[in-house]
Design a binder for this molecule. Structure first.
Ligand SMILES: Cc1ncc(COP(=O)(O)O)c(C=O)c1O
Length: 556
């Protein structure tokens, strides 16, 4: 069915009208349109690579001050045209001239607010290879060697985490009966997969019960004499944990937040106490998993994984480590030890599109037990037959791109040493940044960086006395003013378009239920040097002096 546009049957005819016919289609499928030669393909790739590369060099922060309203008014066309509107060359030109300048230059060294940043340029080539080959790794019949490569790279990362013996890896690397992990869409689906496996392993089939995957949660609770299931995680756990609990029928209120200590690490004492409370409570509650975070989203902090693993062992609880952010720290000889205890985890989440510097999007989940993923296996007659290497058997996704090719190649191009340099740079630059913040009287460091994430706030001298006050009302009033100041500062800096730090709220005092607004910096771009970070602070001080100070005066 075609869609006709009344508005576009205008008198003005395009110079050469594009027609969707078989000749045109065959050209598009067989070789680059317009041309008999491979030169056209190269020409278009050049246009993309150099055109976008210039964009990355020219702009910083969030580019051009065009409002979202203006942009949304420009994109209101909801009719799909019957005939082609543009040739590929024109589409590329449009992206370079009109879309890219209004997109966010996450590669700028002044863009230090999120876990998305510059990627090595070879990633663009690797992504192109994946698109050009277009393998579907759901099944061998559409991927062949690429599924084999995926198993190999999964074993490599599993080895980085768990450091099992050479013979363990030789047994499992290409074993069709076992699975060491899976590529998924991102950290969210990795956490979901880990809980899915933990849930199905806990509510396994038994006499009169076919297992939770078949019979559902109500039947599982009945069969096991359970009233509810919970998952325990630090209050700094990523919101994807709640999403996963919602999807799996656990209920997202059953992600139970555990208090953190003064360093934003899960408080082991509080964890023990909560487990005791649950186990001795009136309700028959099943603790499905305990989650340790290795690189909390907001503070970058790492939970005490070793002690948490021990508690889980004592109580027979599935121990999941969310290392979506911090996983690649294991490459660092200087800082890898911060993740000690991770190898005792039953499952581990790591994102490829975070500190493996891969393009969007790639997540991974790993399991200590090579057969535990059997509990989520699905078979189909036309694919994914029993006993095959089809990777779709034990994966949340069906059709899936060959991200393993990107990661495997990147590991070869970078080596562990290359990643170590990136990780060390981020951690050491964040430490220097924290030092600089502490030395400036206009700022207050809120959370020191354990990895490469820190939070701070603008807190000019006129506020210093008030935030030290023991009087809760004085303190609260000062914090409210500071919250407003920092919200405005972050917005004004973002709108100016030169630099970007993000903003969140954090509870800094266990006894104070109120959160404060903080600025958050994530240092992962190797070009983000301390000089650039000082520029960002200078700009913030200037915004304060020129645009904000007059609105905020000390009451005394
Ligand atoms: C600790 C942690 N876990 C999970 C996620 C979710 O990852 P994704 O956005 O790739 O789904 C994030 C994302 O920031 C994260 O920081």
């Amino acid at each position: 069915m075609s869609h006709h546009s009344n508005a576009n049957t205008s008198s003005k005819k395009p110079e050469s009208e594009l027609i969707a016919d078989w000749a045109h289609l065959l050209k598009v499928f067989l070789r680059p349109e317009d041309s008999e030669s491979h030169g056209t393909l190269v020409k278009y790739m050049e246009q993309i690579l150099f055109g976008l590369h210039d964009f990355l060099r020219k702009h910083v922060g969030i580019t051009e001050a065009k409002s979202l309203k203006e942009l949304s008014e420009r994109f209101t066309d909801t009719i799909i045209k019957e005939n082609p509107e543009k040739k590929l060359a024109d589409v590329i030109t449009c992206v370079i001239d009109e879309i890219a300048p209004q997109a966010v230059n996450v590669a700028s060294p002044y863009f230090v607010g999120h876990m998305t940043s510059a990627i090595p340029f070879f990633m663009v080539h690797l992504k192109t290879i994946v698109a050009a080959l277009n393998q579907n790794v759901v099944k061998l019949e559409t991927s062949k060697v690429v599924s084999i490569i995926e198993k190999q790279v999964i074993a490599k990362i599993h080895r980085m985490i768990y450091e099992n013996s050479e013979s363990f890896y030789q047994t499992h690397v290409q074993n069709t009966e076992t699975t060491l992990g899976a590529f998924v869409e991102g950290g969210t689906s990795a956490n979901l997969t880990a809980f899915w496996v933990a849930r199905n392993a806990r509510f396994a089939p038994k006499e009169g019960f076919d297992g939770v995957e078949i019979d559902g949660m109500a039947a599982a609770y009945k069969a096991y004499g359970v009233d509810r299931s919970v998952i325990l995680a630090s209050r700094l756990g990523h919101y994807s944990l709640r999403k996963a609990a919602g999807i799996l029928g656990i209920g997202n209120k059953n992600i139970i937040p555990i208090d953190t200590d003064a360093n934003n690490k899960l408080d082991v004492h509080a964890l023990r106490q909560k487990i005791h409370e649950i186990e001795s409570g009136p309700e028959k509650t099943c603790i499905l998993a305990v989650v340790g975070i290795a690189g909390a989203t907001e503070t970058g902090t790492i939970d005490p994984l070793e002690e948490m693993a021990e508690i889980c062992r004592e109580h027979g609880i599935h121990f999941h480590v969310d290392a979506a952010w911090g996983g690649p720290t294991l490459f660092s000889n200087s800082y890898g030890h911060l993740l000690n205890g991770i190898k005792r985890a039953d499952s581990v989440t790591i994102d490829g599109h975070k500190q493996f510097y891969m393009p969007m999007s790639c997540g991974m989940v790993y399991f200590k037990n090579p057969v535990i993923m059997d509990v989520i296996a699905y078979y189909a007659h036309y694919v994914n037959r029993r006993g095959s290497v089809d990777l779709g058997i034990k994966s949340l996704s069906g059709s899936r791109e060959a991200n393993s090719l990107i990661l495997d190649s990147a590991l070869k191009i970078m080596g562990t040493k290359g990643y170590e340099l990136l990780i060390d740079h981020g951690i050491e630059t964040a430490a220097a940044f924290a030092e600089e913040i502490s030395q400036r009287e206009n700022f207050q460091l809120i959370t020191s960086p354990e990895l490469n994430i820190l939070t701070y706030r603008l807190c000019p001298p006129e506020f210093h006395q008030r935030i030290e006050s023991r009087d809760p009302q004085t303190l609260q009033a000062a914090n409210e003013e500071l919250n407003s100041l920092n919200r405005n500062l972050q917005r004004l800096q973002r709108e100016a378009g030169w630099s970007f730090v993000s903003r969140t709220t954090l509870k800094i005092n266990q006894n104070d239920p109120n959160c404060i607004v903080v600025l958050r910096a994530v240092i992962m771009n190797p070009i983000s040097t301390i000089k650039i970070l000082k520029d960002i602070l200078d700009e913030q001080e200037e915004i304060y002096r020129h645009q904000l100070a007059h609105k905020f005066s000390s009451p005394d």
